[in-house]
Design a protein around this ligand. Structure first.
Ligand SMILES: *[C@@H]1O[C@H](CO)[C@@H](O)[C@H](O)[C@H]1NC(C)=O
Ligand SMILES: *[C@@H]1O[C@H](CO)[C@@H](O)[C@H](O)[C@H]1NC(C)=O
Ligand SMILES: *[C@@H]1O[C@H](CO)[C@@H](O)[C@H](O)[C@H]1NC(C)=O
Ligand SMILES: *[C@@H]1O[C@H](CO)[C@@H](O)[C@H](O)[C@H]1NC(C)=O
Length: 632
């Protein structure tokens, strides 16, 4: 039975220390040396090895037996190269696992590289088992051997290929020889190229189940921020071409191979065949397929939903939309009821004149607004931080087209307006804003996908809190209802776009799940709060609850079955909270799993509770884990 867990995505983004990246040359200047010979690195650091003449490798041994591989050894595979000073296009990158010493050598037996001192160490001790002692042992070691199979292991071997460089209709190199397990990374130059797999027999025609980058248009005079990477999964020959029909790129020789034989079906034979292949070339309508498209390092999971640019945007491009003027790059002060003109016009509306203020505000609405202001502050910081990073020149520039980037800027501005409106109401009734919490935002060092994931969850939780509170607010302070409904509308529209950006069906509009203030705040506490002033309190919620593990348990009647796992002792149920007041309980059974209720679809929340049959408002007193948003 297949049972896989998706770990809480948000948790993995938090508290990441910045990892360092080290470079080591192998055989540079014709010397049998690793430079530097010793690397001091910490857990999570990466080390990239670049290779020069002649035909070297990076292999792992024990300290005691240099020039012989460990049972499970780090191994780069051999990288043959002619040049003493131009690095091979093939690199090997490892991630440091801990601070224990790692002993490495070049396993080339021809010429006894290891015995001649071609050794290397990560974090060797400074006394006792030193690098000098290891090198001395290597001198007398028997003939070097490589790990069995000689395939790359415990690291990433990658070769980079230029697509259309210098305006030529060429892949460079086009004749790739790489072992199984190697990643082949294509970088795009103008004009508008693609990398698509065919068979040998039918060049320029998409091979069913093959890979495809999709068309990657690139502006003149630049290199695209987009790359496409595939993995060599077996040793069979792989044939590929550029599917651009305008100018018949494939028929003009823009083809390539990986591990083509030297006789018979050679690359030259494939080039000849392509010349007479039927035009136009074909490719699958959906992309990317069988590989990964990254734009400035951010993964673009799907080109569906028209969120991809017709032409990728570049950092520092003069024609790109410019961001806010310098004076407006900082957010208004915490709890400020006045909304700077820049934000209100970006949000598509100005400060409301008045709210038909009644005489007084109830205590429950007041404390709701205090919590609401914190949440709005969190969202504003998240959205604004992402917006600035997505602008030209920012860390994430180019990941999305300007229209999407501006939409995110607009959501940020709407969040500023929402915070300002909440603060206005509070000011009117002399409700003091509590001090601001400190947030853990998935921005620093994270990717745009981490931001999207966080924003999607937060907007759903934000809507859930407002919906949950609105019943109570409507009873005591009806004038607040339009204020809150406006916020839900903004979030809901944003969530629809985010669904589309994350490669789900554009048609699957988000639905609003009423969660209530307590459940929502517990969710926020468990993920995004570093600390809050002591006065910030929501009844019944002391700290964030632990996360819920969600997995899949095969299929039943043609639909995938989502299960929730909870390991704790005692009797437990999972509350499934859906839109329009749907609420169902399923029991956590032997195997510690609870099935999803029949017929449920879309984004819902799950909470593990110690009692079944609770009403929504009672759940927060019985939570043992969650809530967690789940896609059914
Ligand atoms: C590189 O060295 C390895 C090990 O000696 C050998 O198997 C391989 O054929 C060599 N590659 C080239 C291109 O010389
Ligand atoms: C060595 O690397 C250089 C630079 O990438 C490349 O041009 C050359 O073809 C490589 N030689 C071999 C034998 O792979
Ligand atoms: C491709 O590479 C193989 C192996 O390195 C070689 O035998 C063959 O001649 C090359 N073909 C072309 C067209 O460069
Ligand atoms: C790239 O090429 C494809 C195929 O010809 C075309 O549909 C697409 O519009 C082109 N994109 C741009 C920006 O020129």
């Amino acid at each position: 039975m297949h049972f896989s867990f998706r770990h809480l995505f948000s948790l993995s983004l938090l508290g990441l220390a910045q990892a360092a990246h080290h470079q080591v040359t192998v055989g540079n200047a014709g010397e049998l040396k690793f430079v530097p010979e010793v690397v001091k690195a910490r857990k999570h650091d990466t080390i990239t090895y670049t290779f020069f003449a002649k035909n070297h490798s990076v292999a792992q041994s024990s300290f005691d037996k240099p020039c012989q591989p460990l049972d499970r050894a780090i191994f780069s595979g051999f990288v043959p190269n002619d040049s003493q000073d131009v690095a091979s296009r093939t690199t090997f990158t490892i991630t440091v696992q801990d601070d224990k010493p790692v002993w490495l050598y070049c396993s080339q037996p021809t010429g006894d590289h290891c015995q001649k001192g071609m050794v290397h160490a990560i974090n060797p001790p400074e006394t006792g088992n030193t690098i000098e002692a290891y090198k001395a042992k290597a001198k007398d070691a028997p003939k070097s051997t490589s790990p069995p199979g000689s395939l790359p292991n415990l690291g990433r071997r990658e070769i980079s290929v230029d697509v259309g460089k210098g305006g030529l209709l060429k892949f460079d190199p086009n004749n790739i020889t790489e072992p199984v397990g190697t990643f082949v990374k294509f970088s795009f130059s103008p004009k508008n190229h693609s990398v698509v797999q065919s068979t040998f027999d039918k060049p320029c025609q998409f091979q069913d189940h093959g890979f495809s980058s999709g068309h990657i248009p690139t502006k003149d005079g630049t290199i695209s921020p987009a790359t496409f990477t595939i993995e060599v999964k077996d040793s069979k020959p792989i044939w590929f071409y550029c599917a651009q029909p305008n100018g018949n790129h494939c028929q003009s020789g823009m083809v390539g191979s990986i591990n083509a034989p030297a006789q018979g079906t050679t690359l030259s034979a494939f080039v000849e065949k392509a010349k007479t292949a039927p035009a136009p070339s074909t490719m699958d309508a959906s992309a990317p397929l069988g590989g990964v498209v990254l734009v400035n390092g951010q993964e673009i999971p799907s080109f569906d939903g028209n969120v991809l640019p017709s032409e990728f945007q570049f950092p520092h491009s003069p024609s790109a939309t410019t961001g806010p003027p310098a004076a407006e790059q900082t957010l208004p002060a915490w709890g400020s009821p006045s909304i700077p003109e820049y934000f209100s016009s970006k949000a598509g509306g100005h400060n409301p004149a008045h709210w038909s203020w009644p005489e007084s505000l109830s205590q429950s609405s007041a404390s709701f607004l205090q919590t609401q202001l914190q949440l709005e502050n969190l969202m504003t910081n998240l959205l604004w931080g992402a917006y600035l990073r997505l602008l030209p020149g920012g860390e994430w520039a180019g990941a999305y087209p300007p229209t999407i980037v501006e939409a995110i800027g607009t959501w940020a501005a709407q969040s500023v307006v929402a915070a300002g409106t909440t603060a206005q109401v509070m000011e009117k009734y002399s409700v003091r804003p509590f001090g601001a919490c400190k947030w853990k935002l998935p921005l620093e060092g994270g990717g745009v996908n981490g931001f999207l994931e966080a924003w999607k969850g937060l907007s759903a939780v934000g809507m859930g809190m407002v919906l949950g509170a609105s019943g109570e607010v409507a009873r005591e302070d009806p004038f607040l209802v339009p204020v809150l409904v406006g916020q839900v509308g903004a979030r809901s529209r944003a969530a629809g776009v985010v669904n589309m950006m994350r490669g789900r069906l554009a048609a699957v509009a988000p639905r609003e799940v009423g969660l209530g203030v307590g459940l929502g705040w517990g969710w926020v506490l468990g993920r995004y709060v570093e600390s809050c002033p002591g006065e910030v309190k929501v009844e019944g919620v002391e700290k964030g609850w632990e996360g819920v593990k969600v997995g899949e348990d095969g299929e039943k009647d043609g639909t995938r079955r989502v299960v929730v796992e909870y390991e704790g002792g005692g009797e437990h149920w999972v509350a499934w909270i859906g839109p329009w007041g749907e609420l169902e309980y399923t029991k956590v059974k032997e195997g510690k799993k609870a099935n999803m209720p029949k017929g449920w679809t879309g984004d819902v929340f799950v909470v593990v509770v110690d009692k079944e049959g609770l009403k929504l408002g009672e759940i927060q007193k019985h939570v043992v884990a969650g809530p967690e948003q789940v896609w059914l």
